[in-house]
Design a protein around this ligand. Structure first.
Ligand code: PRP
Ligand code: URA
Length: 212
């Protein structure tokens, strides 16, 4: 795949270890959900490295000092339904007060084009750091449309986080939205004839919610 300045591929042994279990078809729904959350938390360290901070005064047992803490209410998490929901708690562990906007999209089974069916975003989202989450970045259609929708709502600081990316999808989002950093845990080989990621992990939504 071409190299893009706005793409971060983690390829970290601790994350890859968890992804190996995530891919396994024998992994239970409970373990799958926990692994998605844990991987998301690990990725969030890097994804939100530049989160806004403010200075506060702290008194240690020895003296007063100034410290920087994360600015309250500066991050909004936007999962793409359904599977993106599985990543929300992984960010909430670190940013418990982050509000959550929801964008509902499903892929048409024949054209593989995304269809939007729901959108509810918190007021003031345009001034926040917006983290769009979806475990699977396949053709990139859902991610591109979700990001475009957020830009139409005035969002200026958008990051996209996926657990597994196909080169086709990563490239599509990176080119369509050069101002958005795309964080992907691991880059897979490609897509099959049904636009599923290979080797991938199957249908993330079904595995998270036990629908198949
Ligand atoms: C999956 C996945 C992404 C999308 C990725 O959702 O969670 O949203 O496909 O594919 P793309 O990059 O080709 O657009 P799906 O449409 O299966 O809906 P679901 O999460 O409700 O199962
Ligand atoms: N959506 C999934 O859940 N898995 C894929 O491999 C592609 C899209």
């Amino acid at each position: 795949m071409e190299k893009f300045d706005n793409v971060v591929i983690f390829n970290h042994p601790l994350i890859n270890h968890k992804i190996a279990h995530l891919r396994d078809k024998n992994t239970s729904m409970k373990e799958f959900r926990e692994l998605i959350e844990e991987i998301t938390t690990l990725m969030t360290f890097e994804c939100l490295r530049e989160v806004p901070t403010v200075e506060i005064e702290v008194e240690t047992p020895l003296e007063k000092c100034t410290q920087r803490v994360v600015k309250d209410n500066s991050v909004v998490i936007v999962p793409i339904l359904r599977a993106g929901l599985g990543m929300v708690n992984g960010i909430h562990v670190l940013f418990p007060t982050a509000r959550v906007g929801h964008i509902g999209m499903y892929r048409d089974e024949e054209t593989f084009e995304p269809c939007e069916y729901y959108c509810k975003l918190p007021d003031g989202i345009e001034d926040k750091v917006v983290v769009v989450v979806d475990p699977m970045l396949a053709t990139g259609g859902s991610a591109c449309d979700a990001i475009s929708l957020l830009k139409k709502r005035g969002c200026k600081d958008i990051k996209f986080m996926a657990v597994i990316g196909a080169p086709e999808g990563v490239e599509k989002v990176a080119k369509a939205h050069p101002d958005v950093t795309v964080f992907v845990s691991t880059l897979d080989r490609g897509l099959n004839e049904n636009c599923y990621i290979l080797p991938g992990l199957g249908d993330a939504g079904d595995r998270l919610f036990g629908t198949k």
